[in-house]
Design a protein around this ligand. Structure first.
Ligand code: MEV
Length: 310
């Protein structure tokens, strides 16, 4: 019996996190250098076994953090018409979890693709999205769905109310991603924003509207390749994310360190309250300097990634 594989990459949100939960647009970029691979084969035993960095054992005894993986696996097996299959699943992920990089969606996507390959088929985009959303709902409560699209698409996307479109990129963009070293909980961050919006709908609602306007303007900048303007909008977006309560002193100081080291712009990315900062560099050389400055400022690790012109 052969082994089948599935892959997916991490993502970073460039604009619109949190606002996207209220129907505003958001932009995400793929992180091709950070990925997850799932290997699957039919189990010779009467049970499904999962092996990953987090847990090794039978699906039945998997602890709560494995819930999204089990949900994704079950949804994928159901979608190929093989709901009772017993499988052995090996997950190898280079994506740090709880850092706003879409690791849960990427794991579910790699598992779903592996299941499809096991059945010598491939899921269409919509089916894959539904499977991954089933896993994401277990992971995050009521996710907007942006992560599930972003980890499956090879190019930057504009996402709004369930729909993702690829953005035509006008000029190469080089980003440095810096880990704050702190876990962020998307569910907690999203819940906090909701509570603050309920308490003060005019003020917080206004900020969400401004984040939406920044996102739409940035989509035009990405198309035309206007790096300086994209960077300025990132800085404004970070300020607004701070005001809606999802930044931290560590994230703020990494953003300051990035701009002091010559970044065009920088902001937190993803849910916040920990996680990562995304900074826009001018070119490969300045990205290297930026990465060094961010590590000096306390980031335990950095990654460099690019978005290529279409
Ligand atoms: C998480 O990557 C982005 C958030 O907007 C949550 C969501 O869209 O579900 C914070």
């Amino acid at each position: 019996q052969g082994t089948s594989q599935g892959f997916a990459h991490a993502k970073a949100i460039l604009f619109g996190e949190h606002a996207v939960v209220y129907g505003s647009p958001a932009v995400a970029v793929p992180l091709h250098g950070l990925g997850v691979q799932a290997d699957i084969r039919r189990s010779p035993h009467q049970e499904t076994r999962i092996e990953s960095q987090l847990f090794s054992g039978t699906a039945q005894t998997a602890p709560e953090p494995m819930g999204p993986v089990v949900a994704g696996l079950n949804a994928a097996l159901k979608a190929v018409g093989d709901p009772d299959a017993e499988v052995e699943l090996l997950i190898r992920s280079a994506i740090p979890h709880s850092r706003g990089l879409g690791s849960s969606a990427a794991v579910a996507t790699s598992v779903a693709r592996a299941v499809a390959n096991l059945h010598s088929t491939a899921f269409d985009e919509e089916t894959l999205h539904e499977i991954v959303q089933a896993a994401e709902t277990v992971a995050h409560g009521r996710p907007s769905g942006i992560d599930a699209w972003a980890v499956a698409k090879p190019a930057p996307i504009r996402f709004q109310t369930g729909c993702a479109q690829t953005i035509d990129v006008g000029q190469r963009l080089v980003f440095v991603l810096a880990d704050s070293g702190h876990h962020g909980s998307t569910a907690e961050a999203v819940g906090g924003v909701r509570a603050r919006r309920d308490a003060d709908p005019t003020r917080i609602g206004g900020m969400i509207d401004r984040l939406a306007a920044l996102t739409d303007a940035a989509v035009d900048d990405i198309r035309s390749g206007d790096r300086a303007t994209i960077g300025a909008r990132m800085i404004e977006a970070h300020g607004l994310l701070g005001e809606i309560g999802v930044s931290t002193p560590t994230l703020d100081s990494l953003v300051d360190a990035a701009t002091a080291a010559g970044a065009r712009g920088a902001k937190l990315t993803g849910g916040g309250l920990g996680g990562c900062v995304l900074a826009l560099a001018d070119d490969d050389d300045s990205a290297e300097e930026l990465a060094e400055a961010l590590r000096k400022a306390g980031a335990p690790r950095t990654w460099t990634t690019e978005v290529r012109p279409t």
